[in-house]
Ligand binder design. Sequence first.
Ligand code: ADP
Ligand code: MG
Length: 287
Amino acid sequence: MNALMSSDAIDHAAPVSSTATGATPRLPAVEVLSAEKVFANGTRALAPIDLTIADGEFLTLIGPSGCGKSTLLKMIANLLQPSDGRLLWWRGDFSQVGQEGRRFAFVFQEPTLMPWARVDTNVRLPLDLADMPRSGAEPLVADALARVGLSAFARHYPRQLSGGMKMRVSIARALATQPNLLLMDEPFGALDEFTRNKLDDDLVRLWWERKLTTVFVTHSIYEAVFLSTRIVVLAAHPGRIFRTMTIDEPQPRGESFRDSPRFAAYCRELSTWLAEASLPAATGGKT
Ligand SMILES: Nc1ncnc2c1ncn2[C@@H]1O[C@H](COP(=O)(O)OP(=O)(O)O)[C@@H](O)[C@H]1O
Ligand SMILES: [Mg+2]
């Protein structure tokens, strides 16, 4: 990973420029430059979006259904092309991402495991697809399973696991590829709140250990506040950035943050913003 990421992890919201104290500038991981999306059927999913995601940031997209969260995430993943504007990754275009050995990993709401294959085989899949020799892949698989607390389940089959454990396997599969950018689209949306909180705790720890740049989509205000260094609230029709909120709190976060009055205050404010963003006449607010 980039050496710049080892600098302080607090001011994630300050994207590119040096700070007043002359600290090392943070490289932008992703720059969305007036990127918009009109689908072939004429649906204008996103008005021009400008957004810079700093290396090491945990950025969450939240907003009403249909406001373009998944569309924006897929553009960031280069799975969808903007109909106008462009994106840069680490200051280069997409072809340079591979040349420089950088990798993206995508985690969806469904864990999409192969039911006939053991947990370790599922986690190894992207490495097998990349033709990595077993001797190189196996330590990465073991490490990824350890990180999500599933070492003891390597030889189990998906049907033997709970929903939360299957999602951990899906996260391990993403981590095994040693991504530089982790993209997650409502990964815990189908889980009960207790399990979701547990996975959120683990995700904060995983992110903190590696400062792995993460873009996360959720419907949950609590999850957004707990996890994120910055939250982008989108409004719909067309999808656009409504407001952004920086959550500048000590890391790694845990139960004490969830129980704090500050957490409750962030949640209240975000809830108000979401209600405003959901109004038909919502106009772009302050950022
Ligand atoms: N492939 C597509 N073709 C046409 N319209 C689409 C397509 N994908 C998404 N949309 C539309 O674009 C808008 C944004 O969708 P989406 O990004 O999935 O929103 P969200 O993830 O915030 O719920 C919605 O109006 C949706 O119906
Ligand atoms: Mg979506």
